[in-house]
Design a protein around this ligand. Structure first.
Ligand code: GLA
Ligand code: ZN
Length: 687
């Protein structure tokens, strides 16, 4: 565990209150009252840390770090590059991003910097190194927090300035060697898009090139690489005089940066979670999205991650911003722990009086001090976490299943002009993931570079792009006994978006021959019967044939392709593959996955049929031995989280006997969960 504890606290921006010493004193007193043991300092503090170019003013920060230290509060120290001071943009206007239309941004906001700019890199490295020298070995500083939400601000988050254009060309030279190779990979002959000099290449832009999809893909890869190299530059600067680990805070699946790639340079993954709770009465879609993100963060290193920011109650940037209903704060905090977080951190500790985020919720409001519902609910989390620390230390979720979510596939499938222009890759993957979540089957969320060897089941919805080596990886996975699920419009193109010719790269494994793909209008929607029930086939209906040995589980009922397969299954080696030729609905996906889970004996850790709105997941210190599963023997320490996302009490019928990890209460047969309740049970294998 970073810092030796489950961390509780969040972004603390005391520079807003330096002229109010009584506020700074009250902060520490109330932090103790709320059970805060860790705060993040220095995010966006550049103008106070370096008020003039090259003049550092770290005294205020040192005093605050020391005062926190005396109160037993640890510090995550951020580098200030998330927002630039005005002296910088005034003196070096080239540090501001250029938009794709060629216009240079004006000063202001955050993240408005060119990550290629040599000046920006130099100034950032200098202040980072100075911070490292000053605080890198301070006792209560535990972690470096690089910048803030990289890439999150202007339109596409990318910079299109001349420095970036020439870096892009260099990157392409490195990748392709010759223009000939590049032209071939990008299918340049079409529409006379061949390049004869590297200087002719320009980033994608609405008033320029947007039709060469391989250019778009390579540009996105390059942008990710530039962010990674900026972040890695910052990491080496802060590590100059310090051995502390480093993280940077991710956002809810963010399209502009391939987070799996960025993860390689980080020691710890962290992210900022702002679900739209109470968007509707049914909290399940929101809970599923949060669980998906948490699980993805955990899967990147198969290690616990940190919840770096969350809202104690309200946020301020959605069209309407509901307050968290009583109980939701505890539940959403526990949900993060359940899926592998070792922290519950907030944005921010105290609401500022002015500017952009004065109405964004914080632990302390403008009024009423600690006498608020929000403060009490935060303090309740603060009291609960220490009791779970020992139990969760060294544990993580170790699921049998994985769902593929791959950034490059995302970019490719949504950039093409194909059967539909409204393809929503994350939304579609999340529909599949939801079927796992509802049945309490934990899944890792992995990309095509992942090692699949530990999984029994891998699902790859809308897996349009097959990266080099992916087909072979799946073939081996299935041959060795894995179960693989994939869908229509999979295996269409390679890494530079060139379509495969001849056959699908896994045609022999899937036993399915793709022929046409229909994106039917409403009046032409189709249907099929699966497991005795009728389901819709909508939006994407692939017309496929099967090879000998492939079992057809459902066929289309209507139109000229009536009788052709929709759902198929095939054995390959020791394993099995399922192919879904059409998009359907949630009720189908539930049924479909339930059948797969049953057929391979995958059960949730409670062995229970879960009521709607309830899910369960488990963190363990080691891989449980399946042989011990029913006997309750073994010594794999861990905890199970049973969560109720309904705002009313529910009963969960379950097999076996369970012990509440927090109060020792024993259950058998039935567990009652309060409205928005979460119980932590001892893992069956805890001795
Ligand atoms: C992000 C940022 C924070 C703050 C919050 C508001 O997560 O990192 O600085 O702006 O959003 O929700
Ligand atoms: Zn630039």
């Amino acid at each position: 565990m970073v810092g030796g504890h489950l961390l509780h606290g969040g972004d603390y921006n005391p520079e807003q209150w330096l002229d109010c010493p009584e506020i700074l004193e009250e902060d520490i007193r109330l932090m103790k009252e709320a059970g805060v043991n860790c705060v993040t300092l220095g995010v966006f503090s550049w103008s106070v840390l370096e008020p003039e170019e090259g003049v550092y003013n770290f005294g205020w920060l040192e005093e605050i770090i020391d005062n926190l230290g005396h109160a037993g509060i640890q510090v995550i120290l951020a580098t200030p590059s998330g927002a630039m001071p005005h002296w910088m943009t005034q003196k070096y206007p080239e540090v501001m991003q250029m938009r794709q239309d060629g216009s240079r941004n004006l000063p202001g906001k955050r993240h408005n910097f060119c990550y290629t700019s040599p000046v920006m890199r130099k100034k950032t490295a200098a202040v980072d190194e100075a911070l490292s020298r000053k605080f890198g070995r301070k006792e209560n500083v535990i972690l470096w927090h690089i910048s803030n939400e990289l890439g999150g601000n202007f339109s596409d988050g990318a910079c299109h300035c001349e420095a970036c254009q020439s870096a892009f060309r260099e990157w392409l030279k490195e990748k392709y060697g010759t223009l000939d190779n590049l032209n071939r990979a990008w299918w340049g002959r079409f529409w006379s898009h061949e390049y004869t000099e590297w200087e002719q290449i320009h980033s994608p832009a609405d008033r320029g090139e947007t039709t060469v999809t391989a250019l778009e893909l390579d540009w996105r890869r390059f942008v990710t690489e530039q962010f990674c190299s900026f972040c890695e530059m910052e990491i080496s600067a802060v590590k100059k005089h310090s051995d502390l680990p480093a993280t940077t805070n991710y956002m809810d699946i963010f399209k502009n940066i391939n987070y799996n790639r960025l993860a390689r340079g980080l020691d710890i993954i962290s992210w900022d979670n702002y679900p739209f709770w109470h968007r509707e009465k049914d909290e399940v879609p929101t809970a599923v999205r949060a669980a998906f993100n948490h699980s993805m963060m955990r899967s990147m290193k198969k290690q616990p991650f940190l919840l770096m920011e969350s809202a104690p109650s309200v946020i301020n940037w959605r069209e309407n911003n509901p307050v968290k209903r009583p109980g939701m704060h505890m539940l959403s905090s526990m949900q993060a722990l359940a899926h592998g977080s070792d922290s519950v951190q907030y944005f921010q500790w105290r609401k500022g009086r002015g500017s952009y985020e004065k109405f964004h919720g914080a632990v302390l409001d403008h009024k009423n001090g600690s006498n608020t519902r929000v403060f009490r609910e935060v303090s309740e989390v603060g009291r609960r976490l220490p009791g779970l620390e020992h139990l969760l230390d060294g544990t993580v979720n170790r699921p049998d299943a994985a769902v593929l979510f791959d950034w490059e596939n995302w970019w490719a499938v949504e950039d093409i002009t194909g059967p539909r222009l409204d393809l929503d890759y994350p939304g579609y993957v999340m529909d599949h993931y939801r079927a796992f979540w509802e049945q309490g089957i934990e899944a890792d969320i992995v990309d095509m570079d992942a090692d699949l060897s530990g999984y029994r089941l891998v699902s790859a919805p809308l897996n349009y792009m097959y990266k080099t080596g992916w087909a072979e990886k799946i073939r081996t996975f299935v041959r060795d006994g894995g179960i693989f699920v994939t869908t229509f419009f999979s295996g269409m193109a390679d890494e530079t978006d060139l379509c495969f010719t001849g056959s699908h790269p896994l045609e022999d494994v899937l036993g399915v021959v793709q022929e046409e793909i229909d994106a039917p209008s409403k009046d032409f929607e189709n249907r099929f019967i699966y497991s005795g029930k009728e389901y819709p086939a909508v939006r994407m209906c692939e017309i496929v044939h099967v090879k000998e040995g492939t079992e057809v589980l459902s066929v289309y009922e209507r139109d000229f392709y009536a009788g052709l397969p929709v759902v198929t299954r095939r054995s390959y080696g020791e394993g099995q593959v399922y192919y879904l030729a059409a998009e359907s609905d949630l009720s189908f996906l539930r049924r479909f996955y339930e059948n797969i889970f049953d057929s391979c004996g995958m059960k949730n850790v409670l062995g229970a049929k879960l009521p709607y709105g309830v899910t369960v997941t488990e963190r363990t210190a080691c891989l449980p031995d399946p042989a011990d599963a029913d006997t309750g023997t073994g010594d794999c320490r861990g905890a199970m989280f049973v969560m109720n996302f309904k705002n009313e009490p529910v009963f969960v019928e379950c097999a076996g006997e369970w012990t509440d990890a927090e109060n020792g209460e024993a259950f058998s047969g039935k567990i009652r969960l309060e409205a928005f309740g979460c119980k932590v049970l001892l893992s069956r294998k805890t001795k």
